[in-house]
Unconditional design. Sequence first.
Length: 265
Amino acid sequence: MATATSAAEADRAETPAQGRLVEEKLLLRYHRDGDLEAREELVLRFMPVARQLASRYRHAGEPQEDLVQVACVGLLKAVDRYEPEHGGGFTRYAVPTMLGELKRHFRDKGWAVHVPRATQELVLKVTEALGTLPAKLGRSPRPRDIASAIGSRPEEVLEAMEAATAYEATSLDASRGGEHDDGDWTHADTLGAEERGYELVEIGETLRGTLDALPARDRIILRLRFEQDLTQAEIADLVGVSQMHVSRLLRRSLDRLAAAGAAAA
């Protein structure tokens, strides 16, 4: 316990310059000597940074721990790709790498429907602003506040917020809840279905005279084809003619009906 306490106190007492020095030493141990313990220690040191970056997107509709895992993937890539001999500071390399991994995750893996790349990028900027602006403003940000922060227009911010609803799809079989708590009331129940019957009634009324004027066999063939959805081969077997003859009769009948429909219009 005393050792853990002493280590925690040492971390708190560590200055930024000392922290950078420790990080560079760990990076050298890993890249030069293949020290995996140094790699693990680096990851642990930067876990708070990964969590902080992931929290910028907490309004994006994904579990926070999932976002932290994505940020950690970016952290591991930064540790593996960083070149200590070039200097520049690991933090300045790791932060953009983790943010890039988060943005790539949202862009390539998260959207339930296709959304243009530019709109996806704008959604991420809006989401990040929603996470940081309340602390600065002391209230919930308005669209014009977000637009000013990200250098965009309020209407573009509103479009991005609307597009964000396409990030996660809800199953049509999911329960709508509410007063139908038995789970039988789903989103699919709210969808209308195309009623082919109404269209057939309208067409039938328009072309009734022409249909009645067709030979009885032609009317039967039309009903078998378009009301019962039989194939020409099936109709040929039922009527007792060749499939080619059925095709010719159908074409002749449809031409007559099309002419009648055009005249009625």
